[in-house]
Design a protein around this ligand. Structure first.
Ligand code: HXC
Length: 517
């Protein structure tokens, strides 16, 4: 019979073996690829010494294809909970050193249990993906495991924040777990996501493309919009995740943390008038306006590289998290298109799920005209913004900066859609359409019959601008609550947010709505 000492030594040995996953050689190979191991990654993510592993000794039960000789403790994933700034977060980090991080029955079970604990305890869940996908030898058991993970992702959606950090391959159906989660993070030269890789594509369609071009960080953060954040290194990625978590509540029943940074609430914002050009046709970068009124250095942009005609992101006002949804005149004159609608609607729904008040900044001529947009379904996609704003029950403040025309006005700033408070700069223009278009329609006869049609047209455009487009008309109907001096934007927005901060709104009882997808 073994002595206690021997049992403890055996335990220590076993534990040490578990801690090196697929072994030193595989760890070396992982480092040679410029990647950290799952455990190293968790060290950079969590507060020092805070990680508690769950189910360390789980192994595969598979025996087919010699799998009984390839058993590794942990089965290719490290799951458990650690702390970020003292707040608990659950994690499932795939370990590529074990069978390429491939997902079999028991790995899936570990991940599913970590997800379930996150859900039960109301803590964010972070998946670190680095895997060859479904473990081929385990067949349907792997597929069943993915199904379970996808369902857990879906059940947790809107209850706890879910992040997917792609730090290696994420191929085949495996991509759908990240796709269901709230935010996807990718690292240059490290991350790849695709349904079918370059080889399959070459066979099926004849197209030739590299892994990175097909599914790398730039492809998904800039072209497909699948991923939200792109980084140069894993360390930058993990540091950012820690920062992003500080803006979010742990779950949908909590409020986001309040983190004042000493920026005075009544700090004047003279830079806004410097940013805003006198010529209404001149573009500007709406991020300069956001950075002027938000708490110093608090703005973090989401989906920065994709659909740049809208800017969405988190900031703090007097220490409280807000979600910003802004038109970006620098790109397509801020016209809303299919991609921008998808980007904005998903962000708005995230904010609404997690009790984050929404501040919209309107300067938009309308939805982007064009056959490609119409045939691509701008009607269906644009409707997502209307739907997302209309059903959001968090406080919603709109600030009209300049143009707010047509359906885009309704999306960005209409009280009828449910904005709780609408404020406007004196520079704003609110109308069904721009003055040129309007004059061409309603004064067509006057212009045509005039001795000097061009002069008449200019006169009518000016008349339309003066009489119809100024914010006092909308304010006269109560559709704009206040017209503010841009110099006091920060103070006015903070006062507005405070005014509606205790808002309680219930939607009609239903199973769920049917957002146009
Ligand atoms: C079992 C796998 C595996 C998998 C990799 N390995 N993927 N084992 N099932 N899916 C093993 C390899 O055999 C190898 O084991 C070890 O992991 C490391 O893999 P390498 O190929 O040496 O690494 P690398 O050269 O870096 O290439 C990584 C890779 C490649 C690009 C991910 O391994 C690959 O293409 N794997 C297959 C990807 C794939 O098609 N997966 C199925 C997708 S379909 P040894 O012991 O030889 O070192 C899918 C369906 C899910 O996932 C559906 C859910 C709904």
């Amino acid at each position: 019979m073994s002595s206690n000492r021997e049992l403890i030594d055996r335990f220590k040995e076993k534990r040490a073996t578990a801690m090196v996953g697929g072994g030193e050689k595989r760890i070396e190979a992982q480092h040679e690829k410029g990647k950290l191991t799952a455990r190293e990654r968790l060290q950079t993510l969590f507060d020092e010494g805070s990680f508690v592993e769950h189910q360390t000794y789980v192994t595969s039960r598979s025996t087919d294809f010699g799998m009984d000789t390839k058993r590794f403790m942990g089965d290719g994933v490290v799951t458990g909970a650690g702390k970020v700034d003292g707040r608990q977060v659950f994690v499932g980090a795939q370990d590529f050193t074990v069978l390429g991080g491939s997902l079999g029955e028991m790995q899936a079970e570990r991940i599913a249990q970590a997800q379930e604990l996150a859900l039960k305890t109301g803590c964010p869940y972070i998946a670190v993906n680095d895997s060859g996908g479904a473990r081929i030898q385990e067949g349907v058991l792997s597929l069943h495991g993915y199904g379970k993970i996808f369902r857990n992702n879906t059940l947790a959606s809107g209850v706890v924040p879910q992040f997917s950090v792609i730090l290696g391959p994420c191929a085949g159906g495996a991509v759908y777990s990240p796709a269901i989660t709230d935010f996807i993070f990718m690292v240059d030269q490290v991350s790849n996501m695709y349904i079918t890789g370059p080889d399959v594509i070459k066979t099926v369609t004849g197209e030739e493309i590299s892994h990175a071009e097909l599914g790398g960080a730039a492809a998904h953060c800039r072209k497909s919009g699948v991923a939200h954040f792109q980084f140069a290194t894993e360390a930058d990625c993990m540091a950012f995740i820690r920062r992003l978590l500080s803006y979010l509540p742990a779950n949908n029943r909590e409020q986001p943390p309040v983190v004042p940074n000493g920026d005075p609430v009544d700090r004047p914002t003279p830079g806004i008038m410097t940013t805003l050009p006198d010529d209404e046709k001149q573009p500007y970068d709406v991020r300069d306006i956001i950075n002027e009124f938000a708490d110093t250095d608090s703005f973090i942009e989401v989906h920065e590289g994709y659909a740049k005609n809208v800017v969405v992101g988190f900031a703090r006002m007097a220490g409280r998290t807000i979600g910003i949804f802004a038109n970006q005149p620098k790109v397509f004159a801020a016209a809303l298109n299919i991609d921008a609608s998808d980007k904005a609607a998903r962000f708005i729904r995230f904010c609404d799920s997690f009790n984050i008040p929404i501040v919209s900044l309107a300067d938009v001529p309308g939805f982007l005209p064009g056959v490609a947009q119409e045939h691509g379904g701008i009607i269906r996609h644009g409707a997502k913004i209307l739907y997302a704003i209309a059903e959001a029950t968090v406080p919603k403040i709109a600030l009209i900066i300049r143009k707010a025309y047509g359906g885009a006005f309704i999306s960005m700033a209409s009280k009828a859609l449910g904005y709780d408070r609408v404020i406007s700069f004196p520079t704003s223009q609110i109308a069904v359409m721009g003055a040129e278009g309007a004059a061409n329609i309603i004064f067509r006869k006057d212009i045509k019959e005039a001795d000097d049609p061009a002069a008449k047209r200019t006169e009518k455009i000016d008349e339309f601008k003066e009489t119809v487009m100024n914010p006092f008309i909308a304010a006269g109907y109560g559709y704009v609550d206040d017209i503010i001096d841009p110099e006091y934007t920060r103070a006015e927005l903070i006062r507005s947010l405070e005014m509606v901060s205790r808002k309680r709104e219930e939607l009609p009882a239903k199973k769920h709505g049917n957002i146009p997808l």
